[in-house]
Design a protein. Structure first.
Length: 262
């Protein structure tokens, strides 16, 4: 039997039980992928992050309860938070090497963590009628897609009031559905639904902001943006578009640490 360390942190928040929880598992060496997937399913959180130290940073992978994901912001922030606060990492910047998203960095400035991620501009598409029906029938004013469907609505109230049919959305051929609108007290708001990945509603989604930031930077003609993801747990992000990269800044708080036996 192998013993592994495990931590859990709430990301993009300074309040316990806010933001988005992620599990973080430091490894001395990689364990089999099926075992990582089983651990993620057992944790039953939006993502579980696994990392292994290398000579120039850390190799990092993320798993939903259903599959390995190509990019995850909140679990990257949570991993950095655990390295800085629990595991004695002493440098101001962490380099995470990933298989599908290249090298990602996280910089610490007091209690604020800044993620440097790839920008993912969206492309215009036609929205399947099944998605409209699953979102209650309200038609978005603009529809796009990259990895996820990206739907723009008239108001924050449109986004906040949605009560999706998650069973219907689970059959959609996409990782998730981003819904967004201009914010009342911030630049923009969003929500993210991914029942096909085992997550009905993701509380705060860094990867979605790789789409949201370039879109809203263009619409609002500004490169620095303030955003809220208005899930029940709610998360806050300070965002910046820098060419083909996006910066997302937020806080995190540790919830637990322990051991698992596999």
């Amino acid at each position: 039997m192998k013993t592994l360390k495990i931590y859990q942190a709430d990301a993009f928040t300074d309040k316990l039980f806010g933001g988005n929880p992620a599990a973080v598992c430091p490894l001395d060496e990689w364990i089999p992928v099926p075992l990582m997937q089983k651990i993620a399913a057992e944790n039953n959180l939006a993502e579980t992050a696994f990392f292994v130290e290398t000579t120039n940073g850390f190799d990092l992978r993320w798993f939903t309860p259903e599959f390995e994901i190509d990019l995850c912001g909140h679990a990257t922030l949570a991993t950095a938070h655990i390295l800085f606060t629990q595991l004695g990492y002493a440098h101001p910047i962490i380099h995470f090497h990933t298989q599908k998203a290249g090298t990602l960095t996280v910089t610490k400035n007091d209690n604020l963590y800044t993620l440097d991620f790839p920008s993912r501009p969206v492309e215009t598409t036609t929205i399947p009628s099944e998605i409209i029906a699953a979102l209650g029938g309200k038609i978005p004013k603009e529809t796009y897609r990259s990895r996820d469907y990206f739907l723009v609505y008239d108001s924050e109230e449109d986004v906040a009031s949605m009560s999706p049919d998650f069973n219907a959305l689970s059959k959609i051929d996409a990782v998730g559905i981003i819904v967004t609108a201009k914010g009342r007290d911030c630049d923009f708001v969003s929500r993210f639904f991914a029942p096909g990945a085992g997550i009905n509603e993701d509380p705060v989604t860094g990867s979605a902001h790789c789409n949201l930031i370039p879109y809203w930077a263009d619409k609002l003609n500004k490169t620095e943006l303030h955003a809220f993801q208005i899930s029940a747990r709610r998360g806050e992000l300070r965002c910046e578009l820098k060419g083909d990269r996006v910066l997302m800044s937020g806080q995190a708080i540790t919830y637990l640490k322990g051991e698992i036996f596999v």
